[in-house]
Design a protein around this ligand. Structure first.
Ligand SMILES: C[S@@+](CC[C@H](N)C(=O)[O-])C[C@H]1O[C@@H](n2cnc3c(N)ncnc32)[C@H](O)[C@@H]1O
Length: 243
């Protein structure tokens, strides 16, 4: 369980470069494809994530970062609940431009910064909550990603990782596997104009560990009270862990 391995990327740096470039190419069509290819379920998954962290989020002094924020949908869902600016970061400039446009359109003033999730420009123990949706799977080194979250969290702080997962039911897993390997790359490639991005997507989902394995990895990295909730038959899982 080291990190993402896009085809042709020889080491972690090359993997990160490839991921950043790929998201940069699909940024303008990202939201449309997200909603389309998930049958709009992505909105429900994000809403569930917001509800899952409500206890910390609702504290008026809580410092919250949406990591790998992409075009900002989780961030906006979090801010809609708390009605105050949080923090958001991503290492892909074109995705951040999309996020900034959406933030500005809502008249919000969220500080958004460009940064690698593996080396955040934040002080130790400075955050109460880190959320990350569909970004963690793309990190070049999962252990380092978890350690960096732990470093930035205050003691008692929580990391919430929303990610694709492996459905436990064999029949559903097979159906979902067929959809993600055959249907998703065709539609995604056609609409985004970047077929490589939408062949990477199912491959990265297939290679990503199951929910129990990710929970174990979080415990090994140093998180406590690790728990997870499967959604949509386990195609997606929300993991929570406390520092
Ligand atoms: C699938 S998108 C998810 C975006 C958003 N969180 C959402 O729910 O729609 C993954 C995002 O993770 C970002 N990402 C991947 N690896 C990263 C890293 N090492 N550091 C910062 N951002 C990263 C990508 O640039 C991309 O915007």
């Amino acid at each position: 369980m080291i990190g993402t391995t896009p085809r042709g990327a020889a080491d972690e740096q090359a993997a990160a470069r490839w991921v950043r470039g790929m998201f940069g190419r699909i940024a303008p069509r990202y939201d449309l494809l997200n909603h389309l290819l998930s049958f709009n379920l992505d909105k429900r998954w994000r809403a569930r994530t917001v509800a899952g962290v409500a206890d910390i989020l609702d504290r008026p002094d809580a410092r919250v970062l949406d990591l790998c924020c992409g075009t900002g949908d989780v961030l906006l869902a979090l801010e809609q609940r708390v009605r105050r600016p949080l923090l958001a970061s991503d290492f892909c400039h074109p995705m951040l431009l999309e996020a900034r446009a959406k933030i500005a359109a809502r008249g919000l003033r969220t500080p958004v910064f460009e940064s690698d999730a593996l080396a955040l420009p934040l002080a130790d123990a400075s955050l109460d909550l880190i959320t990350t949706a569909f970004g963690f799977r793309n990190l070049a080194n999962y252990r380092r990603g978890l350690e960096e979250m732990l470093r930035a969290l205050k003691p008692g702080g929580v990391a919430a990782i929303l990610e694709f997962s492996q459905p436990p039911n064999a029949l559903f897993r097979a159906l979902y596997g067929f959809f993600s390997a055959r249907v998703l790359p065709r539609i995604g490639g056609m609409i985004s104009g970047s077929p490589d991005a939408y062949s990477y997507l199912p491959e990265s989902i297939r290679k990503f560990p199951g929910a129990e394995q990710l929970a174990d990895e979080m415990r090994r990295a140093g998180f406590s009270q690790v728990r997870f909730e499967r959604m949509t038959g386990g195609a997606v899982a929300l993991h929570l862990g406390r520092k």
